[in-house]
Design a protein around this ligand. Structure first.
Ligand code: UD1
Ligand code: CA
Length: 453
């Protein structure tokens, strides 16, 4: 049995008031379209078909090889959009699942239920509905007395009585492929809007006395459709809770899930505690027993076990175990902090490795540098790695002591056990176990003391 999915993504998304195609707007870090494609993977392994139109080039570029794209030009409605898949799929599949790409919260499980319902339906189609008090402009489901579906009535043509109907059309259908293509051609142009509505296909089946089944969903959240940015934010909040719930069920603690922003794909080990107002994005892996946040942003970063990260920003970094950071520390691309590193407030590390047990407590910039184990970086130390044209490397040995406010002018090497005095400007390499000092202050004149009363 072959099942193929068709995603309708050609519409302009006028109500989004956006220059970007609607289906590429992100939800928890991934475009809307990604979520739909992902959910469909649990019901079919066939390459899906994406119907593109508005912003076709951008959507196609995003989709790449993951689906076949067909251009719908002009966009004459959802029925017309589904019809565009015929040339690719006629005779090639047993079932076609058509779904709107602006329904990103539908789960794989729901698509499976839809397929199962259609497999046991003697008629040609089954659709997904939801029962909800807030109709949100969705089409209403009119049932026959025998319980099968009679019609989908769009809100703007619905009678006052039909508007009271609580069962709504979600926008996901499973068709017998052989029947679908012929039926799509029989859809009449809607006289008011000049469009071909996929929803009218229900009446075509009914006219031919073929039963239409429905899977009734009761989770309105899952059926949030995105027409405006208000819906987008509602979907984002719902998806965020879904993601957070999953982490919590896997052993991650969250003090306040409502203010914890974790994108899809992030992995977190058990007994890690995420404090409020924390953002964990991109390709990030966090190990066990860490305390992250509050007020922390982590992106594309790997964190080991037993770390504490308070009010800090980490991007493209690696932390090993028992690292202590913040508040107000910043790690940039290529920062690698080995185990037991302590990095206090207002430090910045970029393209550098801090070996085991390095301490840098206050106000430092470390760039293009390797620091040996147990070395102490005094307050205000700066690696002067950029001469206006090129970046230069700094190497600091093990057990070194860099005095407060040292300027390390790269390229530069300091041996194991080297020491620098406070305020030193180091321009030449320092051999191991050697102390260098900068220009000490000297007395220049007597001054008048100001005594405060
Ligand atoms: C549609 C349904 C409505 C349902 C609602 C649920 C129809 C006529 N109405 O209304 O019954 O309750 O979804 O979400 O189907 N698209 C194309 N080509 C087009 C037009 C649309 O690909 O020519 C795509 C859009 O990009 C979108 C999807 O089809 O992803 C749905 O279109 P939209 O205009 O959002 O339909 P709704 O008004 O939401
Ligand atoms: Ca819609």
């Amino acid at each position: 049995m072959k099942v193929t999915a068709v995603l309708l993504a050609a519409g302009q998304g006028t109500r989004m008031k956006s220059d970007f195609p609607k289906v590429l707007h992100p939800l928890c870090g991934k475009p809307m379209l990604w979520h739909v494609l992902e959910a469909l993977k649990s019901v079919t392994t066939e390459k899906p078909v994406v119907i593109v139109g508005h912003g076709a080039e951008e959507v196609k570029k995003y989709v790449g090889d993951s689906a076949d794209c067909v251009l719908q030009e002009p966009q004459l409605g959802t029925g017309h959009a589904a019809m565009q898949a015929e040339s690719l799929l006629r005779g090639k599949t047993d079932y076609v699942i058509v779904t709107y790409a602006d329904m990103p919260l539908l789960r794989g499980e729901t698509f499976r239920q839809l397929l199962e319902t259609q497999r046991s339906n003697s008629g040609p189609l089954s659709l997904l509905t939801v029962v909800a008090d807030d109709p949100r402009g969705f089409g209403r489901i009119v049932r026959k007395t025998d319980g099968t579906v009679d019609a989908i009535v769009e809100e703007y043509v619905a009678t006052a009585e039909q508007r009271e109907i609580k069962e709504l059309n979600v926008g996901a259908y499973c068709f017998q492929a052989d029947w679908l293509w012929g039926a799509l051609h029989r859809i009449q142009k809607n006289p008011k809007k000049g469009e071909y509505y996929l929803t009218d296909i229900v009446e075509i089946a009914v006219k031919d006395n073929l039963p239409v089944q429905a899977v009734v969903h009761d989770d309105f959240i899952e059926t949030i459709g995105i027409n405006t940015r208000v819906h987008l934010s509602e979907a984002e909040a719902a998806l965020r809770m879904r993601i957070n719930r999953e982490h919590m069920l896997n052993g991650v603690s969250m003090m306040d899930p409502a203010s914890t922003y974790i994108e899809v794909g992030v992995r977190i080990g058990k007994d890690t505690m995420i404090m409020p107002n924390t953002y964990i994005h991109g390709n990030t892996f966090i190990g066990e027993r860490n305390v992250i946040g509050p007020n922390t942003v982590i992106r594309n970063t790997t964190v080991g076990n037993d770390c504490r990260i308070l009010a800090s920003v980490l991007e493209g970094a690696t932390l090993e175990d028992d690292v202590d950071m913040g508040p107000f520390a910043r790690l940039r691309k290529g920062a690698h902090l080995k185990s037991h590193v302590h990095m206090g407030n207002f430090g910045e590390v970029k393209d550098s490795t801090l070996h085991e047990g390095v301490k840098m407590g206050h106000f430092s910039y470390i760039g293009n540098t390797v620091i040996g184990a147990r070395t102490n970086i005094g307050a205000g130390t700066i690696t002067c790695n950029y001469d206006g044209e090129k970046k230069h490397p700094t190497e600091i040995g093990e057990d070194a002591f860099i005095g407060s406010d040292t300027m390390l002018v790269a390229p530069l090497k300091l041996g194991d056990g080297a020491r620098t005095g406070a305020g030193a400007v180091v321009t030449k390499n320092v051999p191991e176990d050697t102390l260098v000092v900068g220009m000490p202050a000297r007395a220049i004149r007597k001054v008048q003391r100001k005594t405060k009363k």
